[in-house]
Design a protein around this ligand. Structure first.
Ligand code: FMN
Length: 184
């Protein structure tokens, strides 16, 4: 089975719920490594968790997750991304499948910019981007509620993640794992 590395940052737990849902979706198709970026990984402004980077070295697929902060990924996630530049110079992560998910407080809180950033990060690494093949508003289960096909964008409704968004995260994890299996 391929390894799916889910690399995410989360403070209040919303993005973490999405990460766990993506992991459930991949169950039976891929081994999953949940890699939470924490503030302690960052020393003097630099991401220093080499073990996490080595986990991605071994993965066939990677999901990037971060809350949208001020219209982009959280600084802690960006510190991780910046620390991947040694791998970038060798294209060490080329041809891995990649996808992304993000949460915001607002329905249109510029989550697209965070997903766009993830897809550019993947492109820099020579990874293959895996979006959502669910037309927004057309799925009987209400998945891809906000109609974002670049990746999963969510926002809290009455302080909670809607079940359809959890289900979309499961779907994205499953789709990513299937692509990793297909990619060999
Ligand atoms: C510093 C900061 C900046 C934020 N900026 C945005 C934003 O630009 N757009 C948005 O929709 N929500 C924004 N939010 C809300 C968070 O994205 C939202 O609470 C998210 O669910 C937090 O994720 P977490 O529970 O995984 O930590 C911001 C929150 C903080 C603390």
């Amino acid at each position: 089975m391929p390894l799916l590395a889910i690399v995410y940052f989360s403070i209040s737990g919303t993005t973490e719920k999405l990460a766990h849902a993506a992991a459930r979706g991949a169950d039976g198709l891929a081994d999953v490594a949940l890699c939470r970026v924490t503030g302690d990984d960052i020393v003097s402004g630099r991401f220093r968790n080499e073990k996490l980077l080595e986990t991605i070295d071994r993965a066939g697929a990677v999901a990037f997750g971060s809350p949208t902060y001020m219209g982009g990924p959280a600084a802690q996630f960006k510190a991780f991304a910046d620390a991947s530049s040694d791998r970038w110079s060798k294209q060490a992560w080329a041809n891995k499948i990649a996808a992304g998910f993000t949460a915001g407080a607002c329905a249109s809180g510029d989550q697209l910019h965070t997903l766009t950033y993830f897809s550019i990060l993947a492109a820099q690494h020579g990874m293959l981007w895996c979006g959502l093949d669910i037309p927004g508003g057309e799925d009987p289960g209400g998945r891809n509620r906000l109609g974002s096909q670049l990746g999963l964008a969510t926002h809290l409704v009455d302080g909670a993640l809607p079940p359809s968004d959890i289900s979309t995260a499961e779907y994205l994890g499953r789709r990513l794992a299937k692509m990793a299996v297909r990619n060999g």
